[in-house]
Design a protein around this ligand. Structure first.
Ligand code: ATP
Length: 364
């Protein structure tokens, strides 16, 4: 079922939790709502579900306004971060619950319920746990059961609020791959809330980035990664170094370095910010006249195949003015290259961006 979110605003007292949010979701899409804590993700999800009312705007399901449709009639399934399974019921009874509480005319027979529950438990690959109680399950198993329970009533829309948030990193990774496969099988229009960028980029068809109650960008994982619409999006999607400089006729002048920025060819002279991911920085030993940003290696940590280098830009040792600056530079190079080059802590190096994203202040 398609969902249209039209101009939704919501205030809690004076606080604007959502500001004029609009978004179209196609039938069968898997959407990640991604953003920092407090940006309004859960509030938006609750409004879509009908658990919260908006101050302005409307939500349409398959073209129909849902404003007057009760939460129970919306055909929405939920999964929350904290497994809301009934503790006194077995896994089987938990999954059967939604079918048993259906109004008389729509309630399936016992035989049908049994068949359906086993079908769902097989789908989440946990049929063998049917007779256990939630306390006898791992966190990951509980979330899969919670999902089976949400799917029992054949929802048209599935809403997941940080479904794997309470699980450890390894189980999270397994479950997000599993969720993707499950979605490919079922094609239920699904929206999941997360503040984990890797999870959103890996699982979703489309990532919707929220900040301060607004949507900053919406696009495929590759679009938002390759073409972040704002410095916020760039910074939120991964570690990033920020270099200050000035843009002039398609070039950006940073300390010790010039970068081409053809998209700013019409800019005469403006403040510019170059954002560079740690793995997009080349690092070499310093030699006089080398083009690049001169920095001192303050720390190097090898984590498996990668060496993470922390450097301090040289000009920060003698600040011309007393303004605070972004002084720490983080670079990532292959661990083997780091060993071969034999960099030592305290050594002066030169860093050069292979790739940068430039934002210009007040660019028209
Ligand atoms: P998180 O990732 O921490 O769950 P979120 O992006 O889901 O954050 P929301 O839960 O939507 O954020 O909350 C958005 C803002 O609205 C927060 O600042 C929150 O404190 C506020 N808020 C949410 N519900 C209420 C409420 N019932 N009363 C007052 N303020 C609320």
């Amino acid at each position: 079922m398609s969902i249209e979110i039209r101009n939704i605003s919501k205030q809690f007292g004076d606080f604007h939790a959502l500001r004029d949010v609009s978004l179209d979701i196609d039938s069968g899409e898997l959407i990640a709502l991604l953003g920092p804590s407090g940006c309004g993700k859960t509030t938006l999800l609750r409004i879509i579900a009908g658990l919260e009312t908006a101050d302005a705007g409307s939500i349409l399901f398959a073209g129909e306004d849902t404003t007057d449709v009760h939460v129970r009639e919306r055909q929405v399934g939920f999964v929350f971060q904290h497994y809301a399974l009934f503790r006194h019921m077995t896994v089987f009874e938990n999954v059967a619950f939604g079918l048993r509480v259906k109004p008389r005319g729509q309630r399936p027979s016992e035989a049908k319920i049994k068949e359906k529950v086993h079908e769902l438990l097989s789908l989440v690959q946990l049929d063998w746990l049917a007779d256990r109680h939630p306390s006898q399950l791992s966190g990951g198993q509980r979330q899969r059961i919670a999902l089976a329970r949400a799917l029992a009533v054949e929802p048209k829309v599935l809403l997941l609020d940080e479904p794997f948030g309470a699980l450890d990193a390894k189980v999270r990774k397994e479950l997000r791959r599993w969720l993707r496969r499950l979605h490919d099988e079922l094609h239920v229009t699904s929206i999941f809330v997360t503040h984990d960028q890797e999870e959103a980029l890996e699982v979703a068809d489309r990532v919707v980035l929220m900040n301060g109650g607004r949507i900053e960008q919406s696009g495929s994982p590759q679009e938002v990664w390759d073409h972040p619409a704002s410095p916020f999006v760039y910074g939120f999607l991964g570690d990033v170094n920020l270099f200050h400089g000035r843009a002039h006729e398609g070039q950006v002048h940073l300390e010790g370095l010039r970068l081409d920025s053809p998209e700013h060819r019409d800019v005469q002279d403006a403040k510019a910010y170059a954002y560079v991911r740690p793995h997009d920085l080349d690092v070499q030993r310093y030699s006089p006249g080398a083009a690049g940003i001169v920095a001192q290696l303050s720390r190097a940590i090898v984590v498996g195949p990668i060496a993470r280098l922390e450097l301090i830009a040289a000009d920060d040792h003698q600040p011309a003015d007393n303004r605070p600056r972004e002084s720490l530079i983080e670079a990532q190079i292959p661990a083997q290259q780091f060993r071969d080059l034999g960099f030592r802590e305290g050594e002066t190096l030169v860093v050069t961006p292979r790739q940068a994203r430039v934002f210009v202040e007040n660019a028209s």
